[in-house]
Design a protein around this ligand. Structure first.
Ligand code: FAD
Length: 442
C-alpha cells in the first residue's frame, strides 16, 4: 500500500464483517488505519460468539471483496454454491426452485472464517493496526477524540481524522448521532426470533443435498438450512417468540417437529433436537433505519450500524459490503476530501439502504399477512405455476437485488411499477402476490 504524505488517521470502530473489509479499503488508499474491536481477536479465541453461523454471500458482497483482491482465493473456494432453493413440503417432498437464470448461484459462507480472513487481509497492510479488547465508550464529533474501555477497568484515548462506525446494529458510534438535531432514527423489533440447530453429516456425507438453500415454509414458522464445509448444515428456525416459549420440554420439541418439520427429525436426530433446542434462547431480530449517515467531516456509519435489516432477503452483509464500494467510489470522485465525501455518501446511500431495509421488512410482513388470509390456500396452488415460468415482477426483483448491483431503490421502484401493472389482472395479480409470499427471497 501507499504511504501517504499527510498521514491522515482513519479509525474503524468494529472489526466485524464490514469493519474488517472497510479497513482494507482505507488501507489500500494509504491512510493510517486503526481498527478498534470490543472482542478479543477471534482468530485466537476458543469460542466465537456472535450471530448466524453461516450466511449467503451474493453478487454485491462478492464485488466488494474483489475490490480488495479477496474474492476468489480465500472466500469463494471456501464457500458452498447454492444453485437453487429446495422447498420441503410437510409430507417431506423436496422441490427445487432455481434462481432465475442458469448458472446463477449464491454462496454459503462461514461467518467466523470470513471474518478471520478479512482481519488477516487487513493486517497485511503495513499501515493498518488492529486493536482488540477496545470497546468504544465515547467520542467527540468536534475533535475526533475517542475513549475506549479496556479489560480490567482501564481506559485509553486516541484521536482520528475520520471515524468510521462499523460497530453493528447497537452501534456506540451512532449514540452521538442521536443527540444531534435533524437526525432521523427508527428501530423495530419483529415478533419473530431465530434459533440455530446443527444437522450433522450422515456416514461422512451431507445429510441432504448440499448445493441448495433448504427451506421449510410453514404458516408463521419457517426453517432454512445452509451447508457448511464440514458437511454439516446449520438450520435456522424462525418463529414468533411466543411460540418458542410454548415449548418447554424435550417431548414438546419432538411433538412440534413432528407436526411441522417431520422430515427434519431423522436428519437432525431426535436426541440432538431435544438437547439443542434448549442450548440457547431464541435470538431477536431488529431493523434499524437512520439518516444522515455522517457528522460533518469527522464520522460516517456503515454496515449494520447504519442499517440493520431483517434477514429475510439475505442482504444485510451484502449491503454493508456494498457500502464500502460506494464510499470508495465517492472518495475517488471528491479527491478524498472528507468534507465533500461524507455528505455525498449520505445523499447517495441512504435511499438505497432504506430501500433494502423496507424490502426485507415487506417480505416479512407480507408473509405473515398472507398466511392469515384464506386466499393463501388459493395462492399456494399457483406456486407450482409460477415456479415453472417465473413471469412475476418479484422474481425479477430478486434477480436485481441478488445478482446485480442495480441500486436497491431502483429495484424497488421498478417493482412497484411492475406490481401495479400486474395487479390489473386478477390472475396475474394473484400470481405476483404468491411469488411475494415466498418466505425467503434469496
Ligand atoms: P457486525 O457483524 O454486528 O459487527 C460489528 C462489530 O463491532 C462486532 O465485531 C462487535 O463486537 C463490534 N462492536 C460493537 N460495539 C462495539 C464498540 N462499542 N466498540 C468496538 N467494537 C464494537 N446478511 C447477508 O448478507 N446474508 C445472509 O444470509 C445473512 N443472514 C443472516 C442471518 C441472521 C440470523 C442474522 C441475524 C443476520 C444475517 N445477515 C445476513 C446480516 C449480517 O449478519 C449483518 O448484516 C452483518 O453481520 C453486518 O456486519 P457489521 O460488520 O456491520 O456488523
Amino acid at each position: 500500500a501507499l504511504r501517504r504524505e499527510d498521514k491522515k488517521v482513519v479509525a474503524v470502530v468494529g472489526a466485524g464483517l464490514v469493519g474488517a473489509l472497510n479497513a482494507c479499503f482505507f488501507a489500500k488508499r494509504g491512510f493510517e488505519v486503526e481498527v478498534f474491536e470490543t472482542r478479543e481477536d477471534i482468530r485466537k479465541a476458543k469460542v466465537v460468539k456472535g450471530r448466524s453461523i453461516n450466511l449467503a454471500l451474493s453478487h454485491r458482497g462478492r464485488t466488494a471483496l474483489k475490490h480488495v483482491g479477496m474474492e476468489d482465493k480465500q472466500i469463494v473456494s471456501k464457500g458452498i454454491p447454492m444453485n437453487a432453493r429446495m422447498i420441503h413440503s410437510l409430507s417431506g417432498k423436496q422441490s427445487p426452485i432455481p434462481y432465475g437464470k442458469k448458472g446463477q448461484y449464491i454462496l454459503s459462507v462461514d461467518r467466523a472464517n470470513l471474518n478471520k480472513e478479512l482481519l488477516t487481509a487487513a493486517e497485511t497492510y503495513p499501515n493498518t493496526k488492529l486493536n482488540f479488547d477496545h470497546k468504544l465508550q465515547d467520542w467527540s464529533a468536534e475533535t475526533g477524540l475517542m475513549t475506549f474501555a479496556r479489560p480490567h477497568g482501564s481506559k485509553t484515548q486516541t484521536q482520528a481524522d475520520l471515524i468510521v462506525g462499523c460497530d453493528g446494529a447497537f452501534s456506540a458510534v451512532r449514540k452521538q448521532f442521536l443527540r444531534r438535531s435533524r437526525f432521523n432514527y427508527s428501530q423495530t423489533y419483529i415478533p419473530h426470533g431465530y434459533m440455530e440447530l446443527t444437522m450433522r453429516p450422515r456416514n461422512g456425507e451431507f445429510a441432504m443435498k448440499p448445493n441448495y438453500l433448504h427451506i421449510w415454509p410453514r404458516n408463521t414458522f419457517m426453517m432454512i438450512a445452509l451447508p457448511n464445509l464440514d458437511k454439516t448444515f446449520t438450520c435456522t428456525l424462525f418463529m414468533p417468540f411466543e411460540e418458542f416459549e410454548k415449548i418447554s420440554t424435550g417431548d414438546e420439541v419432538i411433538e412440534f417437529f413432528q407436526k411441522y418439520f417431520p422430515d427434519a427429525i431423522p436428519l437432525i436426530g431426535a436426541a440432538t433436537l431435544r438437547r439443542d433446542y434448549f442450548r440457547l434462547p431464541a435470538q431477536a431480530m431488529v431493523s434499524v433505519k437512520c439518516s444522515p449517515y455522517h457528522i460533518g467531516d469527522k464520522c460516517v456509519l456503515m454496515g449494520d450500524a447504519a442499517h440493520a435489516v431483517v434477514p429475510f432477503y439475505g442482504q444485510g452483509m451484502n449491503a454493508g459490503f456494498e457500502d464500502c464500494i460506494v464510499f470508495d467510489e465517492i472518495m475517488n470522485q471528491f479527491n478524498e476530501d472528507f468534507s465533500a465525501v461524507l455528505p455525498e455518501y449520505s445523499r447517495v446511500r441512504v435511499p438505497d439502504d432504506h430501500a433494502i431495509a423496507d424490502l426485507a421488512m415487506y417480505n416479512y410482513v407480507e408473509k405473515n399477512r398472507k398466511i392469515k388470509s384464506f386466499v393463501h390456500f388459493f395462492l399456494k396452488l399457483l406456486d407450482a405455476l409460477i415456479n415453472s415460468f417465473h413471469p412475476s415482477a418479484n422474481i425479477d426483483q430478486v434477480f436485481q437485488v441478488t445478482f446485480t448491483r442495480t441500486r436497491y431503490h431502483v429495484a424497488v421502484e421498478r417493482w412497484h411499477w411492475q406490481d401495479k401493472v400486474i395487479n390489473r389482472g386478477l390472475l396475474l395479480g394473484a400470481v405476483g402476490a404468491a411469488a411475494g409470499g415466498f418466505y425467503l427471497l434469496i
